[in-house]
Design a protein around this ligand. Sequence first.
Ligand code: ADP
Length: 563
Amino acid sequence: MDEWRLNRGAGMGRRFADLPLRFRVLACQAPLTLLFAAGLAAAPPAWALHVGTAWGQAALALHAALLLSSALVPWQRFGRSAPLVIPFLDLAAIGFSRAAAAGELPGLGVLTVLPIVWIAASRLSPAVVVATGLLGPVLAGLPWILSAPAGEAGKRIPTILLLALMTAAVSLAIQAGRAQLRRQQAKIAAKEAQLQALLAQSRERERLLNTILDTVDVGIVAIGADGRRLLTNSWQSRLEASAAPAGSATDGAAGDQEGEANLLLTGLDRSTPLPPGRRPLRRALEGGSFADHLVCFGTPPGSRVVSTAAQPLRNDDGGFHGAVVVYNEVTGLVNALAAKEDVVATVSHEFRTPLTSIIGNLDLVLGEELPQAVLRRLEVAQRNAERLLALVSDLLMSANSAVHVQPRRTDLAGLVEASLGSAQAHAHCAGVSLAMDVPAPLWANVDPLRISQALDNLVSNAIKYSPDGGAVTVSARACDGRLLLRVEDSGIGMTAADAEKVFTRFYRSPAVRDGAIPGAGLGLSITKAIVEGHGGSITCSTLPGRGSTFTVELPADGTPPSF
Ligand code: ADP
């Protein structure tokens, strides 16, 4: 914004100040000369007196000389204050005119106001200006007093004094106005300087932000509440270009969130197109904040897996104002994990066949007549082989990211009973009592094999992590169209930090690791996958030393999630 616009009130003065000095002096002088000439033209006797008297001739000569010198003198050579000689001499010219023809032109004295205004508007100090306003009319009135007939001079003095007071008041008013204007101009100049500094600062910040946005190795998109893109950094433009259909107009950054609909986005299987409602910008626009939403950009073999996260932008009232979505490529990580899981799955699979054969042969041998010592050793070998097989099965299952469930009408009470029945021997050895509180029958639409596996995991954990004399209760009931299944123990419990991580693969609490309680940290992650495969959820509430409660919530109709 330039200074001229800010200072619009001073625009006229500024344009006048831009004129060459000679024009400005002439423009200041011309009104007086014109008024004087008009007065003489309107009163021919006054003209005659000017031509015919020494005072009048002096006045005419001085007026003419002043007008000509205003126009002809190169004032800029003599400094800024030099033109002020004109209004001072104007006072003398007016004084001569009044001495010559004040009777015929009584208003001549009022012309004094014009040079006084000129002087008042100059840069002379306020004291000089006010003194001139007061003394100028007195000095200019001297010729009129001196030329007065005998006895008349005294009568003219009040008129002159009155005029002097009036011009002094005018000078004062102009000075006050100028001071006010100067203050306002100073304020405007300070504000403008402040504005310029802020502008420079915000440009600097914008440059810094753009550099950061284009340097970071993640994609960033900001969208407004209407879905228009406010910002797309260069990393994101390149990512979107790689997922644009061949020859499409959305190569590079799409113009708005609708541009996202044209991109080739798929789920983690890299083939199922991502439904519009699951696309990151659309999700963000619906106001939700999310993290680690995995999306594949483009088609194989060049498709890229990207972890997306979004945060809504809020205005001052807390209303939805748009969103920022961040894209972080995790293709390498996902590929490495898939390779690792492949290895685990292959190795586990290869272990299973020989292990099954070992267990089968041990079963056969244990059925024969053998010495007690050999029998005990073979039983130890059988127990460990069975543990190994269970571990291998868990590894195999957790390596398969998707759990396939085949729900059918099942009596949950029967499943709980069977699970507690098979855990009874283990509980007995550990000195833990088992109890069941489930109305029979309790019908549910679940996969009986998978839910039994989940139940077994929860019950065996409850026994494993309870000291001698502990109690485990399994309860279940239908509530508001949901099924709630609870496995409660009075065991060692966990800290809140542990409880947050227990569903993560291979996680084992420090207390359990230090206590050398056997386990692989896979049971709960498998249980969670099974429950979620049914469209349900699992939570854990626990206190160290006070026991734990795992609650499984299943939808009554057992519909698995769609995607
Ligand atoms: P594992 O029992 O083989 O170690 P899980 O995945 O079943 O693996 O459990 C993970 C961890 O959660 C356990 O190592 C233990 O620290 C904790 N945990 C699970 N169930 C309980 C429980 N009922 N009481 C206390 N801690 C538990």
